[in-house]
Design a protein around this ligand. Structure first.
Ligand SMILES: [Cu+2]
Length: 127
């Protein structure tokens, strides 16, 4: 019986890591549509986040894009903030973002277009 439970537990743990939920979120930053994603799902540590910016039907590839992940202070824990510049590589802006603990992180993505206008998307992720 113990053996069966052990096998079931191992299966459950294995499945949960295989099927870690992929990240895909979309929202508006002013008149721009911003999508950010990570196919493997976010984990504690360094994560690659891919960001796409659309202006109507046109993809914006020449903006300055940065991302800030933050968590407010909690009992016994000071507030945390991680900032990363995203560089256009291949077909999306790519940023390396470090998440230092599990929980809900506030996400702010700032897009500065060629005309100097800055637009912000506010969102959040759970890990
Ligand atoms: Cu925290």
């Amino acid at each position: 019986m113990k053996k069966i439970l052990g096998v079931l537990l191992a299966l459950a743990l294995g499945l949960s890591s295989v099927y870690a939920e992929a990240l895909l979120k979309k929202g508006n930053a002013g008149n721009l549509e911003v999508e950010f994603s990570n196919p493997k799902g976010l984990t504690v540590g360094m994560n690659k986040i891919s960001i796409k910016v659309m202006d109507g039907a046109k993809e914006v590839k020449d903006a300055k894009v940065s991302i800030v992940a933050s968590m407010p202070a909690m009992t016994g824990m000071h507030a945390m903030e991680e900032k990363a510049e995203a560089l256009f590589v291949g077909n999306a802006y790519m940023a390396d973002v470090a998440f230092t603990m599990r929980g809900t992180w506030q996400i702010s993505i700032v897009v500065e277009t060629k005309d100097g206008a800055k637009q912000r998307l506010k969102s959040s992720v759970n890990l």
